[in-house]
Design a protein around this ligand. Structure first.
Ligand code: ADP
Length: 428
């Protein structure tokens, strides 16, 4: 194909050069703003790249394809509505080996000033589709990160109106920065999603193992106690009642009860025995990480978060992951409680405070359905739950973690509604 990386050479006037640079800077800032404003959805970021590309190069249409294993997949397209509808008829996936993927493999911008005058043997199906769609001039710019092809941007014009050298240069620079921003954002989000999934999996796996072992250990004495109770009732029904047998059955029930208690004590001491890791933890930073981790769920639930993290908070010695587990549990509970309320603001307020000799204090307040008075004394009991699909283990695990860090955890109701959970952790 009559490809060239050169556009129409025009030496820009100094003021034009300044305008171009300002436009380029604006394009980058808009991209960064789109990244900051859209923590979950990549689409606004793709659109911001294309809007800037269209403006910078005065193109009629612009599309973005990203690399995946089997080729380059179209993820966004912007511009002249008629051209867009024509271009949408092109396959969404340009497979490896296709014309477009060959252009990307060159790693260089490819400029086609006029599709009508490309060499005859290059007039393949791709060429026909492009010409039929009404394109006359195109610029293809591969997006590279560390020399790896992450995608390709295609700019098109309806008229034969070659891109100038300046426009190509300008766009090549923008594309280089966009590729880095895009790829870093993509990777960071994939990492965050994986971490979130891991946090969930951990929670579920820990609960699962824990419950299975308790069920296994406790089922047997409970079953024996039941058999003994049935026998005691039968002995009572005799006439006259066989008091000696009833006494023996009741003694057995007491033994079974003690056995169950032993098992529970053993499990409890097992949990307490596992000493938490001791590392220096910046609690404010650890909390911000958890908020970032769970940001997706907060947004989905329409919850806004306000933080008031004390400056100069003393570092603590403890297990960062366990303390983050406490925060995660409290925040997940808060989201669930706010999800249960139809109207009103959904606000999560998280604050930290330095508490002198008592160490540091953390407060998590929500505007959810609040705590039922009858729940208050039982909240931290294992298996206490008011949720149809709840396990009732979250708060009891939080309590054992906080206590293992020499702290206290407690809950209070808020006015006009909501719950406030507070805990302290001994400072260094
Ligand atoms: P689960 O979430 O599985 O029910 P938890 O131990 O985490 O287990 O919580 C126990 C109970 O405490 C919940 O079922 C709920 O009744 C109450 N609870 C916990 N957090 C909140 C909150 N932020 N607002 C209202 N109730 C809560």
């Amino acid at each position: 194909m009559n490809q060239s990386i050169h556009g129409e050479g025009t030496a820009p006037e100094p003021e034009d050069r300044v305008t171009e640079l300002i436009e380029q800077q604006t394009a980058i800032s808009e991209l960064l703003r789109a990244i900051a404003n859209s923590p979950h959805d990549m689409q606004p970021i793709f659109d911001a790249i294309l809007d800037s590309a269209t403006r910078l190069c005065r193109a009629d249409i612009c599309s973005l394809r990203l690399s995946e294993e089997s080729g380059l997949r179209r993820v966004a397209i912007r511009g002249d509505p008629l051209l867009v509808s024509q271009a949408l008829s092109f396959p969404a996936l340009a497979e490896n080996g296709s014309h477009l993927s060959q252009i990307a493999t060159s790693r260089l911008p490819t400029h086609i000033p006029d599709f009508a005058v490309v060499d005859g043997d290059l007039r393949d199906d791709f060429w026909k589709a492009v010409v039929n769609a009404g394109f006359r001039t195109s610029l293809f710019v591969p997006l590279l990160k560390d020399d790896e092809i992450v995608g390709i941007v295609t700019l098109g014009r309806k008229q034969v109106q070659p891109f100038t050298d300046r426009q190509i240069c300008l766009f090549r620079d923008f594309a280089a920065q966009a590729a880095i921003a895009l790829e870093s954002t993509r990777r960071e989000r994939q990492y965050r999603e994986a971490q979130m999934a891991l946090a969930h999996a951990n929670r579920v796996a820990t609960m699962g193992q824990f419950t299975a072992s308790i069920v296994h250990e406790i089922k047997q004495p409970i079953a024996t106690a039941r058999n003994n109770a049935v026998a005691a009732l039968r002995f009572l029904d005799r006439s006259p009642p066989d008091v000696a047998e009833v006494r023996e059955a009741l003694t057995c029930i007491l033994d079974d009860n003690d056995r169950t208690n032993d098992i529970v004590d053993r499990i409890e001491s097992l949990i307490k025995k596992a000493p938490p890791r001791k590392e220096t933890v910046d609690l404010n930073a650890a909390i911000l990480d958890v908020i970032a981790l769970i940001h997706g769920e907060l947004v989905n639930a329409g919850v806004t978060v306000a933080t008031q993290l004390a400056g100069g908070l003393p570092y603590i010695q403890g297990d960062r992951v366990q303390l983050q587990q406490v925060m995660l549990n409290l925040i997940v509970n808060a989201i669930q409680s706010m999800n249960a309320v139809e109207d009103g603001k959904r606000e999560l307020h998280i604050s930290t405070v330095s508490m002198g000799p008592e160490g540091v204090g953390v407060a998590v307040r929500d505007t959810g359905q609040g705590l039922r008075p009858e729940s208050l004394p039982r909240l931290f009991e294992p298996f206490y739950t008011t949720k149809p699909d709840g396990m009732g283990m979250g708060l009891s695990i939080c309590l054992s973690i906080v206590e293992a860090h020499g702290g206290r955890l407690w809950a209070t109701s808020c006015e006009p509604r909501g719950a406030l959970f507070q805990f302290t952790i001994l400072a260094d």
